[in-house]
Every structure is written in structure tokens, then in C-alpha cells.
Design a protein. Sequence first.
Length: 67
Amino acid sequence: MKANKFVEELKTKSEAELAQELVAAKKELFNLRFQNATNQLDNTARIKEVRRNIARIQTVITEKARA
């Protein structure tokens, strides 16, 4: 149910704030992939979590654009 809270928070943000969230999430994903490639990443499940958060952000952006 943590994901539902995240989505609700996203829905209250403006499109500019969502764009900033998306950029930050993509940077985090890049850093996680880099750490994974160099065997420095401890929690590999975080990659999956960040990918899903990116998808959630993009979904909210699409919903706002259609509304």
C-alpha cells in the first residue's frame, strides 16, 4: 500500500514537479545500474522498485495530459 500513497502524492503535484521527479528517478536508476555493474550494489531489488516508480510517474503525467 506504499505504492498507493506514492501515486496519491504524485497526483497532487504539478507537471513541472512530475518532470523533475522523473529526471531524478532516471538518474537514480542509472546510478543503481552502474553500481550493479561494478558489484557495489547491495540491494538489487531497489532497481526494480525505481523502474516501477518511473512507470508510475509516467502514468500520472499521461493522465494529466489527457485530462
